[in-house]
Design a protein around this ligand. Structure first.
Ligand code: CAA
Length: 261
């Protein structure tokens, strides 16, 4: 894989239509400081705008996906410092990505780390992964969506337990609760995430983007509004060349050649 400079806190690699972004502060268990979050949002937006890339995998290392926001960076901050740092701008940028983002998670996935994984569209977890929101232990609560995304993913009872006790759950528990797409042995978690990314990258890109867009809409609409929204995305795809190609290939019993138009 060719590697791209010049980041200090992340590594970006590309192989065909799939990019891999690796959080790279192993000495701090990939704690998410401001510099890392800015680099991450810049890199992900760049990949999102790149026609050659169709899906991205976000990962850490075997010991930690990320152990949360950088506590050392926040320890001396006042409420107004936190407000003025606008730390959640980068999270909003990541939330608005159009192409699919898959988290490949091993080890600690805590606090802001878990919130970042939940910002992704899917999570492939190693058996060693531990998902939690330990903020309660340091006198705060999740601030990057944890209380909202966990509750939507797991329901009130499990979300309350995780947020109020700070106790992490295992990869298997996260899978059973619907937080995680797949749990695999630690040796293959990244390969499995890359295989999933390649599978999605082979699909018609516009349908993938509008499918992602419609699924995410389900989190903040009524069923009626969501169904209308889905239908409009569905109709829109009948304007794409890939829809013509996909259906023609089916009828002609051949493999489709999708162009992303
Ligand atoms: N911020 C800054 N540094 C961190 C960190 C964090 N969130 N998590 C770990 N580190 C650092 C440690 O300070 C340590 O650095 P030094 O070697 O310089 O002391 C290094 O990473 C290794 O960590 P440990 O020695 O603590 O490793 P361990 O295996 O004994 O424990 C752990 C691992 C249980 C994950 C423990 O590190 C820990 O509890 N980390 C903090 C987890 C946490 O509270 N996360 C929530 C942060 S707040 C947040 O995320 C807010 C939000 O919603 C945005």
């Amino acid at each position: 894989m060719a590697q791209q400079p010049p980041h200090e806190n992340i590594l970006v690699e590309r192989e065909g239509p799939v990019a891999t972004v690796r959080l790279n502060r192993p000495q701090a268990l990939n704690a998410l400081n401001s510099a890392l979050m800015t680099e991450l949002a810049d890199a992900l937006e760049g990949l999102d705008a790149d026609d050659a890339i169709r899906c991205t995998v976000l990962t850490g290392n075997e010991r930690a996906f990320a152990a949360g926001a950088d506590i050392k960076e926040m320890a001396g901050a006042s409420a107004i410092d936190m407000l003025q740092r606008q730390r959640f701008t980068q999270w909003e940028r990541i939330r608005k990505l159009r192409k699919p983002l898959i988290a490949a998670v091993s080890g600690f996935c805590l606090g802001g780390g878990n919130e970042l994984a939940m910002c992704c569209d899917m999570i492939v977890a190693s058996e060693s992964a531990r998902f939690g929101q330990p903020e309660i232990n340091i006198g705060i609560i999740p601030g990057a969506g944890g209380t909202q995304r966990l509750t939507r993913a797991l329901g009130k009872a499990r979300a309350m337990e995780i947020v109020l006790t700070g106790r992490p759950i295992t990869a298997r528990e996260a899978y059973a609760a619907g937080l995680v797409t797949k749990v695999v042995p630690v040796e293959v978690y990244l390969d499995e995430a890359l295989a999933l990314a390649r599978e999605i990258a082979a699909k018609p890109p516009l349908a993938v983007q509008l499918g992602k867009d419609a699924v995410l809409k389900a989190f903040d609409t009524t069923i009626e509004q969501g169904l209308d929204y889905e239908r409009k995305n569905f109709y829109l795809l009948f304007a794409s060349e890939d829809m013509r190609e996909g259906m023609a290939a089916f009828v002609e019993k051949r493999r489709p050649d999708f162009k992303g138009r």
